[in-house]
Design a protein around this ligand. Structure first.
Ligand code: URA
Length: 266
């Protein structure tokens, strides 16, 4: 653990904060050392599909093999390289249906980072995260705690849109994970705001329901980055009665950020 991470861990301990230990340990690159993917990439499904060399499964199986091999490639070490790598990524099958990969938005020196689930149709078209209706609500949520959207770094667990906005698959999350890990390393935000069950469970390596993940500060990855979990804005659009609870989460996030930024224990 680096001096920085150790200091942060001591600070988080003083705050009574959980340190989450990932369920599985394997690391594909230095960037994924502490937050493990929940499943290996695509290639594992290939042998069954390859069994009939005359059927359509052959091509699919070869794609899966190629994608699995790509998942072992190292991840670029700087913003420019990482952005280019994400743009050209073929680590999982989602690249075939995308208009473009959605890297992130916001200030690369931001102290706040929002982590969402995956691009939707608007994001796929425009190449930016959270630009649709959910994005408008996210902007309002951030503004409510005094954060203009451009001052916040916003990224998703997945960089490519799942078809019909279905839930991300474990192998897609695993394939994309090194990109998010590198984004965390390069940004080193003071606080992460994790929106929605899928992002929260995957980032924290837990199956606990969202309700149990709210209301406290988690520490993510080898850097022990502090993280607060709240509802996904798309969920809040469907269930506006939970906006009150989201507001509680946002106030907690603002308070914790203030404490972390000031360097004073609460
Ligand atoms: N939902 C997300 O989780 N991310 C986006 O970028 C858009 C909608």
């Amino acid at each position: 653990m680096s001096v920085d991470a150790a200091r942060r861990a001591r600070y988080l301990e003083a705050l009574g904060i959980d340190l989450w230990v990932p369920r599985v340990a394997p690391a594909r690159s230095p960037a994924v050392a502490n937050v493990a993917p929940s499943a290996p990439p695509d290639a594992v499904a290939a042998p069954a599909r390859l069994a009939d060399p005359t059927g359509p499964g052959l091509v699919e199986g070869l794609h899966a093999l190629a994608e699995g091999a790509a998942a072992d490639l190292p991840v670029a070490a700087d913003w420019e390289g990482l952005r280019a790598q994400v743009r050209a990524c073929t680590r999982c099958g989602l690249h075939r249906g995308r208009t473009q990969a959605v890297f992130a938005s916001g200030d690369p020196a931001a102290r706040w980072m929002v982590v969402g689930e995956a691009p939707g149709a608007d994001e796929d078209r425009l190449g930016e995260p959270f630009v649709g209706r959910a994005g408008q609500l996210l902007n309002a949520m951030l503004a409510a705690i005094g954060l203009p959207r451009p001052t916040v770094f916003v990224a998703n667990m997945l960089k490519c849109r799942p078809p019909q906005n279905r839930d991300p698959r474990p192998e897609e999350l695993a394939a994309c994970r090194p990109y998010l890990e590198r984004q965390l390393e390069l940004l080193r935000p003071t606080l992460l705001l994790v929106v929605g069950r899928i992002a929260a469970q995957n980032l924290l390596g837990t199956e606990a329901p969202l309700g149990r993940l709210r209301g406290r500060v988690h520490a993510v990855g080898g850097l022990n980055l502090p993280a607060i979990v709240t509802y996904h804005p798309a969920y809040l659009l469907r269930s506006p009665s939970d906006k009150r609870k989201a507001w509680e989460d946002l106030k907690l996030a603002r308070r914790v950020f203030g404490e972390l930024a000031s360097g004073k224990p609460p």
